[in-house]
Design a protein around this ligand. Sequence first.
Ligand SMILES: [Zn+2]
Length: 64
Amino acid sequence: MIFRRKSKDSGVQRHKPKCSFCGKLQGERGVRLVAGSGVFICSECISVANEILWGHNPPAPASS
Ligand SMILES: [Zn+2]
């Protein structure tokens, strides 16, 4: 017997990277993904991470 994979339910699209945190797909409006080691993070989650790490404002690039 040949087992056929349901193309309907296999939602894993290997060709389209998606954010490992929020699941946004690359190609959505305004979504930019940064690839890590086996994971991706989108710009939105990066800014959220920045808020968590640094407070509400990202660190100023040149603060003396
Ligand atoms: Zn994300």
